[in-house]
Write a protein that binds this ligand. Structure first.
Ligand SMILES: Cc1cc2nc3c(=O)[nH]c(=O)nc-3n(C[C@H](O)[C@H](O)[C@H](O)COP(=O)(O)O)c2cc1C
Length: 189
């Protein structure tokens, strides 16, 4: 069972890097886990035919590398900031280049910002439905006080009040990942 932790932001000085380390340390105690850093997958703005209609027909090597990476996961934890009350464009752009790689897998979110990234997370849940994913109820929301404190120390313990939420998310994600992994070979389309 492989869980991928996807960094949804790529800008200089990004907070997602701190979150990725914490989430990876937690999840990797329970399952195989890897960080998929979108900085390692620079892509042009999406400009191809719909990937849903041409599964795994990759337009170029960069898309192929992203697609084959996502393909091997059984579930995803997307780490997302909120940019102008929406999800980061770099994250949506990466998603738009792919499709079936995500299908019938569970997805959950760790968000941050003034309202813990809640608006971006809610929007991403809607996007996930279109990808025929199972977006989960449990998410982790990091509020500004924790963000400010986390910027002042490299100690992961700064996130410890959020550990129970992350554990709930992990527990739920692993349940869905196992269930859907067993069911995926029998999918109807
Ligand atoms: C372009 C931009 C727009 C932002 N808009 C919001 C917003 O709508 N809501 C919010 O809570 N924070 C917003 N912020 C602040 C982010 O929460 C904060 O910069 C956070 O660190 C972004 O994550 P990142 O560092 O991983 O990019 C915005 C930041 C940027 C750069």
């Amino acid at each position: 069972m492989l869980i991928q932790i996807i960094t949804g932001t790529t800008r200089e000085g990004r907070f997602s890097e701190r979150v990725a380390g914490w989430v990876f340390d937690h999840v990797s105690k329970r399952a195989d886990a890897e960080i998929v850093d979108l900085r390692d997958h620079p892509l042009p703005f999406f400009d191809a035919p719909p990937p849903a209609k041409a599964p795994r027909e990759y337009a170029n090597d960069a898309v192929a590398r992203l697609g084959t990476t996502l393909d091997r996961a059984d579930g995803y934890i997307v780490l997302t900031a909120e940019y102008n009350h929406g999800y980061p464009a770099v994250l949506k752009n990466a998603m738009d280049w792919t499709f079936v790689e995500w299908t019938r897998k569970p997805i959950s979110f760790v968000g941050w910002g003034n309202v813990g990234g809640a608006r971006a997370v809610e929007q991403l849940r809607q996007v996930a439905v279109e990808f025929e994913m199972a977006p989960l109820r449990h998410a982790v929301h990091i509020l500004p006080d924790t963000m400010i404190a986390a910027r002042q120390t490299a100690d992961q313990a700064i996130f410890s009040p959020l550990e129970p939420r992350l554990e709930l998310l992990t527990e739920d994600l692993l349940w869905w990942a196992a269930a859907l992994r067993a069911a995926r070979p029998h999918q109807v389309s």
